[in-house]
Design a protein. Structure first.
Length: 160
């Protein structure tokens, strides 16, 4: 179960808005994370808390295939991202690093509301009483998320 406050963004939030390209000469994820979302929400890094949930419209994570985009969000403590739709590469990169992504339309919810997500049952519930369902993630993806992503899962699988 994931639970956190909602931070809302619109359609077509691209990877350059998630982590501006001007910072990508630095490979240190914690340093990069201090610039997460700054061009769309300058206060994001100061207000987001561990477990908070990003809610967006269509095509979240479009643009370049920059894998730092989901990494900086996870580093800042984002517990999940719920969007009407995701750019395919962003979606896969998020799963690969262990950041849950859910396809659902929550654009009618208010920023700051608290949302609970049950990934295995496909349930969404807000503190304000709103409820909905989504297609649960397949067991293989849930297992990857539980293990912290693809790399962590493979390390665990092949360690001797």
């Amino acid at each position: 179960m994931i639970e956190g406050r909602i931070w809302k963004y619109g359609d077509h939030v691209n990877t350059d808005l998630i982590i501006p390209g001007r910072y990508l000469d630095n490979y240190d994820v914690p340093t990069l994370a201090e610039h997460a979302m700054e061009d769309i929400d300058p206060l994001f890094v100061s207000k987001v808390r561990r477990g908070d949930i990003l809610v967006a419209g269509r095509n979240f994570g479009c643009g370049s295939s920059r894998e730092q985009a989901p990494l900086v969000l996870k580093e800042k403590g984002v517990g999940a991202i719920v969007a009407v739709s995701f750019a395919r590469i962003f979606y896969r990169n998020a799963i690969n690093i262990g950041l849950p992504v859910v396809v659902a339309d929550l654009t009618s919810l208010d920023e700051g509301d608290v949302l609970s997500i049950d990934l295995s049952r496909g349930l969404l519930r807000s503190a304000s009483g709103w409820e909905s369902s989504f297609r649960p993630l397949p067991p293989q993806l849930l297992e990857l998320l539980e293990k912290g992503g693809l790399v962590s899962s493979l390390r665990e699988r092949f360690k001797h």
